[in-house]
Design a protein around this ligand. Structure first.
Ligand code: SAH
Ligand code: SF4
Ligand code: F3S
Length: 473
């Protein structure tokens, strides 16, 4: 078994010294100017990245930074980036370009870019050449060293580019400033070993590595004690939790332990790779009342040939069999998925198999993407003859189909009573909104503001394509 590199308490203590030094410097600044230094951070991409961002925010808070609402008022700006599709990267280049005038106006301003995008050497090189005013570039494997890297920028007034190649590390004990007070993200593992042929994630996030069950349970208890009502366990493939960790439980048992904690809360998890989703997992969900009745099981495509080229390691039939197993145990479960349209070599016939599968399953919600070529992945070198306009047409067909399915699902839900976690306000109607144990978004008529962050029983009264309305019971 390969050892997982864990950041030692000594190393974290060393980082704490930098945190304290920056905090001192920021306190001096406050004493001198009467103004507190502010940090602006923005995270792109998946929840895993959001969770990393919350750790960056935690460190910044310990360094004495206040939170800036906009880049204009900030003394420190950080973009935590995603590389999964080209669009995500383009937005960061756009944003980085827009920072130039701020830096011209304020030479003391510190600009940083972190996350998956900059873990690609070609991107870091481009930033270094074309964006000389970016001070700090920090890859995904050095998050725990953020205090030290920022300190170097402040003291040495030099650009710091740190993106070591690494299989990845596990750092426990970093401070967390959670971005929400109702839902909490809880990473149980990092990285990915699946190497789907289109995907950049394994290249920028390193190998799969699990946190220790004790560390996870401790964080889960803290989250519940802090009053959170929903925990989402995060990993690129949660089903392989514990694989490289001696004595660790498998994911089904980890889920059971977390659901076994005292308190009124709900547990979700993502993502489950279909090849590793087992009846044992479905049983653990079915037996745990606190496990949300929701399974996100990305299928990506409905054609076996395309699934093979994607290196997904299951067939459409095997996928449908899993869906059948899940629904047998939990007939009311909400199922969601991801689909890629226009993978290299996909034909119209292949695409129609995707439509067919989507129709057969009837997903409660679907994340749909047009294939985006990623540097260094095997799919980059595959023949891709279908023109972009054709892929867009396919994409629209899929969206239209899913819209129909959602509308039918919403209408079928009318009359049911569901337990909703109230977590938002609809800007149009001003009504409180929330989500059931699946993925149904509900607007609640005449609900008092005091219900925010609480569970409520709601009877569903009417529905449209995007909304379901209900009343308190
Ligand atoms: N680990 C998760 C997904 C992480 S990325 C899983 O295995 O399901 C989230 C989604 O982005 C993927 O499920 C896939 O649908 C999409 N995606 C990943 N790479 C992509 C690419 N190169 N082009 C388009 N979509 C992509
Ligand atoms: Fe990417 Fe596949 Fe890993 Fe998901 S399982 S992160 S799609 S390589
Ligand atoms: Fe994007 Fe990195 Fe997540 S590439 S999807 S932020 S793991």
């Amino acid at each position: 078994m390969k050892e997982i590199t864990r950041i030692s308490p000594d190393e974290l203590a060393r980082q704490q010294i930098y945190i304290d030094q920056i905090a001192e410097e920021n306190a001096e600044y406050f004493a001198r100017t009467g103004r507190r230094r502010l940090a602006y951070t923005h995270t792109y991409g998946c929840q895993q990245n959001v969770s990393d961002g919350e750790r960056i925010d935690g460190m910044l808070a310990q360094m004495g930074y206040g939170r800036a609402e906009s880049v204009e008022e900030a003394d420190f700006i950080l973009y935590n980036t995603c590389a999964v599709r080209e669009g995500a990267e383009d937005r960061v280049y756009g944003n980085a370009g827009a920072l130039k005038h701020l830096k011209n106006r304020n030479k003391e301003l510190i600009l940083a870019i972190a996350g998956c995008m900059v873990q690609q050497k070609s991107v870091a090189d481009k930033l270094y050449k074309s964006f000389p005013y970016i001070d700090l570039v920090m890859g995904t494997h050095v998050l725990h060293r953020f205090p030290e890297l920022l300190f170097r920028v402040m003291k040495e007034k030099q650009r710091v580019y740190e993106l070591p190649e690494s299989e990845g590390v596990v750092a426990e004990g970093l401070p967390v400033l959670r971005s929400d007070s109702i839902h909490a993200w809880l990473p149980i593992m990092n990285g990915c070993d699946n190497f789907c042929s289109y995907c950049i994630v394994p290249h920028v996030r390193g190998r799969e590595r699990s946190r220790r069950p004790g560390d996870i349970l401790r964080e889960a208890s803290d989250i519940v004690a802090a009053g959170y009502k929903e925990i989402t366990l995060l990993g690129q493939n949660v089903n392989s939790y514990g694989k490289n960790l001696e004595g660790a439980p498998g994911f089904p048992d980890l889920l059971r332990s977390i659901c076994g904690l005292e308190g009124d809360f709900r547990v979700r998890f993502m993502t489950s790779h279909p090849k590793d989703a087992t009846p044992e997992l479905f049983k653990a969900m079915a037996e745990s009342p606190k496990a949300a009745r929701h399974l996100h099981l990305p299928v990506q495509a409905g054609s076996d040939q395309i699934l093979k080229a994607m290196n997904r390691k299951y067939t459409a039939e095997a996928y449908l069999e899993k869906i059948h197993q899940v629904r047998e145990l939990m007939p009311d479960i909400a199922l969601t998925s991801d689909i890629i349209v226009g993978f290299p070599g996909e034909t119209e016939e292949d695409f129609e198999k995707t439509l067919e599968l989507v129709k057969t399953v009837g997903f409660d919600s679907l994340f749909m993407f047009i294939y985006s070529k990623r540097k260094g992945t095997p799919a980059e070198r595959m023949d891709d003859p279908i023109p972009a306009e054709e892929k867009s047409r396919w994409f629209s067909r899929l969206v239209a189909l899913q819209d129909e399915i959602m509308e039918a699902k919403h209408r079928a839900a009318v009359g049911r009573t569901v337990r909703v976690l109230v977590d938002g306000t609809d800007p149009k109607t001003g009504r409180l909104t929330g989500k059931d144990s699946g993925v149904l978004r509900v607007r609640i008529e005449e609900a008092p503001e005091s219900l925010m962050g609480q569970f409520a029983q709601v009877k569903l009264t009417s529905a449209s394509r995007h909304w379901v309305d209900g009343v308190l019971v």
